[in-house]
Write a protein that binds this ligand. Structure first.
Ligand code: PMP
Length: 347
């Protein structure tokens, strides 16, 4: 009998092919056309599904991973979730070494997705045997047939975006893209996507978004590692205090920095104006658009693509909590009125 069932064989078939959505209201008054690649449409709700799939499938092709093998990474964030998801479907053990700074919610989320989680003390140096880097390395050594994803130094991270995000954006814009603006953490997303786009059209301009407190912008400009640039900041997932091997700085034309506070307010504004519930770095990249527009970066016919890396639900106790915003000092007398108060009906 003919098979009429239109189902996907597993959730993994839904990785990639995320929508490109025109920004209408948040970019009102800007010069140019603006579009967001909404990566929360991936089944693991972030762009990291792409690298988890690609790195794991490459290891399978090379015969490194076989049934029951172990996959190890050091992250409590989006990458950990994506690796856990892929591991469940493909039958691998997933071990994640995370910092004791990670919230209980994040650890519970990873455990729910089948990961074995090691919580390691946050306040020890990176080369201490108890640090999450060293714990992951030790487990990798001790577990034969295991792979260590090591996203900051794995070239396959960049390749995942070169093979998927880049071609998707080129096709979705009919080759009319003029600018790519994206956050840089490991740098895999921006450099892999940029490399593909520039191969199609070398005039595509690529702008990386960095945080105040991170070394990326200065390193791009001078190729010098300046530790004076480093100080704590709030946005998770963009910027870095080391030079990530997964970044190709040559395909990025320039970097722009954004603040924690403005990025947080802009993330909230995206929800209210575009109806897209996105993560903190989506706020950061849109904040960068505001600054670039003000600097006269875009022309009236330009087609600017930004990447929204993940979903807002991961930030309920942060950017989307009024208490957290207040605790950070992000509300001032001008902005506090933006939040709606909940109305309680008496019992
Ligand atoms: N936004 C978020 C929320 C992330 O988790 C990351 C990854 N660290 C990025 C942006 C940056 O992506 P990439 O690592 O590919 O540079």
């Amino acid at each position: 009998m003919e098979n009429k069932i239109k189902a996907h064989n597993s959730i993994l078939e839904l990785v990639g092919n995320t929508p490109l959505v025109r920004l209408n209201r948040i970019s009102e008054g800007f010069t140019g056309n603006f579009f967001a690649k909404v990566e929360s449409f991936n089944p693991g709700h972030s762009s990291k599904d792409r690298i988890a799939m690609h790195i794991i499938e490459e290891a399978e092709r090379k015969g490194i991973l076989t049934e029951g093998s172990t996959i190890i990474e050091t992250t409590s964030g989006n990458t950990g979730f994506s690796i856990a998801m892929v591991s469940i479907i493909k039958g691998y053990k997933c071990i994640l070494a995370v910092s004791s700074k990670s919230s209980k919610d994040k650890i519970d989320m990873l455990r729910t997705m089948g990961a074995i989680v090691y919580v390691c003390p946050a306040h020890v140096s990176a080369d201490d045997p108890r640090s999450y880097y060293e714990v992951a390395k030790r487990l990798h050594k001790e577990t034969s047939g295991s792979i260590y994803i090591n996203q900051y130094f794995n070239e396959l991270n960049m390749e995942a975006h070169y093979k998927s995000t880049g071609p998707e954006i080129w096709e979705q814009t009919g080759g009319q893209i003029t600018h790519l603006v994206a956050c840089s953490g490991t740098g895999g997303t921006i450099s892999g996507t940029a490399k593909y786009l520039k191969e199609q059209n070398p005039n595509v301009k690529v702008i990386g978004v960095d945080a105040f407190g991170s070394i990326l912008k200065k390193y791009h400009e001078t190729r010098e590692f300046d530790s004076n640039e480093i100080y704590p900041y709030r946005i998770e997932g963009l910027g870095k205090n080391l030079i990530p091997g997964a970044t190709d700085f040559d395909v990025i034309d320039k970097f722009i920095k954004v603040t924690d506070s403005e990025s947080a307010h802009t993330a909230r504004e995206i929800a209210k104006t575009e109806g897209i519930f996105a993560g903190y770095t989506s706020g950061a990249v849109t904040q960068a658009l505001k600054q670039l527009n003000e600097q006269g970066e875009f022309g009236p016919k330009d087609n600017v693509v930004v990447i929204f890396p993940d979903h807002g639900s991961r930030y309920m106790s942060k950017v989307y909590s009024d208490q957290w915003m207040e605790d950070q000092g992000f509300f001032d007398t001008n902005t506090v009125s933006e939040t709606q108060k909940v109305q309680y009906i008496k019992e």
